[in-house]
Ligand binder design. Sequence first.
Ligand code: ATP
Ligand code: MG
Length: 357
Amino acid sequence: MTTAQDKPRILTGDTPTGRLHLGHWVGSLENRLNLQDDYDCYFILANMHAYTTRADKPDEIRSDTIEIVRDYLAAGIDPQRSTIFLQTEVPAIAELTWFFAMLLGYGRLMRNPTIKTEIEVKGLGDQYSFGFLMYAVGQIADILAFRPKYVPVGVDQVPHIEMTREIARRFNQVYCDVDPNKVSDEEQTQAGGVFPIPEALVGRIARLVGTDGKNKMSKSLNNAIFLSDTPKVVKKKVNKIFTGRQNPTDPGNPDNALFEYVTAFIHDEARVAELRDRYARGDNIGDGEIKAEVGDAINELLDPMRERRAQYEGNDDIIIDILRDGTRRANELAEDTLASAKQAMRLDYFPRTLTCG
Ligand code: ATP
Ligand code: MG
């Protein structure tokens, strides 16, 4: 029998800045479910990172954290098989963040395109906190603390994974004498490195556009269809997807925002091909007709989630118990990683153990 310890690990997670939406589903959540049996899965609630843009909203961050766990359970993540945990209660992550911050140049961080886009899209101007920039270093620690093989993410996160890979190699080079010119990614740990070089696993739809038809669907941009939306709200939001097309006989662009949803949520390939063809020709097919079909397909996906969610509604104690249990397991692994990193950095003056609640 294989045990969790024999399986390769994955690490990924979400910032509790709102509830989970369809972008999370196609970008990452679907992959997590597919990997749940064959991988030892760690899912982080990056609640510290929520404070980087919402330091003045602790109540919201707390309730979003609980709701995202509910979203996980509704989506089918099984807390017996997968470890769901709280970032703020895994101190090794904060300690590793410091170590990695020393290996990452400030200029390199500021060239990260995801950071640039977030500053722009979230309207942070030059008012963002020092902590906001730290989140990108913290995310490297979130990942490497669990020494995973894969990180299932949407494409917006790929620059962060690239930075994570650079820092893992750099740590192994500086503190473990691994020569990056002679040692491949796969061989880093055999050559004495503390960290494996994790790979991004990008979902079926790398970047789902929001209902504004422009930006990435995002919790923070008011353009999201949430996994917890009612059937009626789903329909209403789908109806808002902007295409600019007027008449059913106008030739339309079958690569527009609406068709991103057609491709993502209608699984009958022949039907998708037919819709594309008729739309391109303006063959008497209105946007409203297509939107109704997309809305039905999304509701079909969400119905079983609604049923599962109902079992956990109104009961925060179950959620806290799941987080407590997952965080205990996460601390065991992260403490082990931290001890190896400290040994490599000659910080192993004496052993330290944490008592986890
Ligand atoms: P925020 O607006 O606070 O940044 P978000 O909606 O971008 O929130 P995150 O918590 O940053 O959500 O992302 C969680 C995961 O979901 C990441 O792996 C991210 O790449 C993925 N993801 C988020 N939005 C999308 C999207 N629209 N399409 C595909 N993947 C996405
Ligand atoms: Mg994001």
